[in-house]
Design a protein around this ligand. Structure first.
Ligand code: DNO
Length: 359
């Protein structure tokens, strides 16, 4: 297992590389060029300067996150070929600078969605990301996006960049009538083009699940269960067509048995990366908040998850996903330093215990 940390870059993150380096057992980053729009080419110069900076801090950068797929590819528009060409150029350039895994998603329009970015946890006064379907009731998608942008402490959030707001209405209209099968066909077209290039340059594409793990606003979503990921793996059969198994995204649906899903795809060599975090279900349906990583503070069994990783995909890249905001930290919701660092320490502890008791 290689422990990594998400970092948004010098000008976009409240956390410094020097702080990340001081977290025990931290091997590197899941890096991100947060200023690139979906469909844009990531130039060699941009990649080199980002990765050189990470290396200078004594950290590796073998995973890059959120090379976003342009909506025209997901919608299957004639312009998709151009955007796929751009994507391929980016893959080649990332490979040249040592990147081995690219985390992306194939969710129409929205990346992740929450109804509150800083819900106070009454038990201890910290706050975390929160979702209650009831709160979506009267809000239209535009309102949700506006709220999200306004409540993100001035940081841009992946998938919620303010400049995308203008196109939102038009894009939502364009998706009308698209079925999950149609979206899967477009996904296959994309994978058939990029996976052979990935094989050639030894990069693995890691698909992030829908978050939360069900369809929203009537949009088709095809990546939120074991069965759906089996279909995705079957669209282009290659270890380079892999998953970024996010425990909190898939785990937002209690029907998803996360340790079992890790074992299933780990055994098939289809897990290239993992985001690990905990979820606390609240009363009713589709109602949860994010918890600290510790098993007993949420509803996911972190020991069973780490054991499944150890048994089936022990070399995978993992990162502690979203933390709560604690100790008065101000930062990007979900992406402060303190609680994610605690998460990394805890996951490292579980790993050491599993390793020593397994020998
Ligand atoms: C949220 C992240 C996601 C993830 C993308 C990958 O916090 O896990 O934004 O990076 O879905 O494309």
């Amino acid at each position: 297992m290689k422990m990594t940390f998400r970092w948004y870059g010098e000008n976009s993150d409240s956390v410094k590389l020097s702080q990340i380096k001081q977290i025990p057992g931290m091997s590197g980053l899941m890096g991100f060029l947060d200023y690139k729009a979906a469909g844009e080419i990531w130039t060699e110069q941009e990649i080199k300067s980002y990765i050189d900076g990470v290396h200078a801090a004594g950290l590796a950068c073998e995973v890059i996150e959120s090379v976003n797929v342009h909506e025209d590819i997901k919608m299957g528009l004639p312009t998709r070929d151009l955007y796929i060409e751009n994507y391929i150029l980016t893959i080649r350039s990332l490979a040249k600078y040592g990147v081995k895994v690219i985390v992306y998603n194939f969710m129409p329009v929205f990346d992740w969605l929450r109804t509150d970015l800083a819900r106070v946890i009454p038990e201890d006064g910290s706050n975390s990301l929160y979702f209650d379907e009831k709160d979506l009731g009267d809000m239209d998608p535009m309102e949700i996006v506006r709220n999200t942008i306004e409540n993100s402490n001035g940081f841009s959030l992946p998938g919620w960049e303010p400049e995308r707001l203008g196109e939102l209405e038009k894009t939502l209209k364009q998706y009308e009538g698209m079925t999950p099968d149609m979206l899967r066909e477009n996904y296959k077209y994309f994978l058939d083009a990029v996976i052979p290039v990935c094989e050639e340059v030894s990069v693995r594409m890691a698909c992030h699940p829908d978050d939360p793990a069900w369809p929203i606003f009537g949009l088709p979503r095809i990546a939120h269960s074991k069965e759906q990921f089996d279909l995705i793996c079957g669209l282009h059969d290659s270890p380079a067509n892999a998953l970024c198994l996010c425990t909190g995204s898939l785990g937002s649906n209690p029907d998803n048995n996360i340790p079992e899903i890790v074992r299933h795809f780990g055994e098939k060599n289809r897990i290239a990366a993992m985001h690990i975090r905990n979820i606390k279900f609240l009363d009713g349906v589709h109602h949860f908040r994010e918890a600290s990583h510790l098993s007993k503070e949420g509803d996911l069994d972190m020991f069973a998850i780490m054991k499944a990783v150890y048994d089936t995909c022990p070399d995978t890249y993992i990162r502690p996903d979203h933390g709560r905001m604690i100790w008065d930290e101000v930062g990007r919701p979900g992406y402060g330093l303190y609680d994610r660092a605690l998460g990394a320490a805890y996951l490292n502890g579980l790993w050491e215990a599993i390793e020593k008791t397994s020998k």
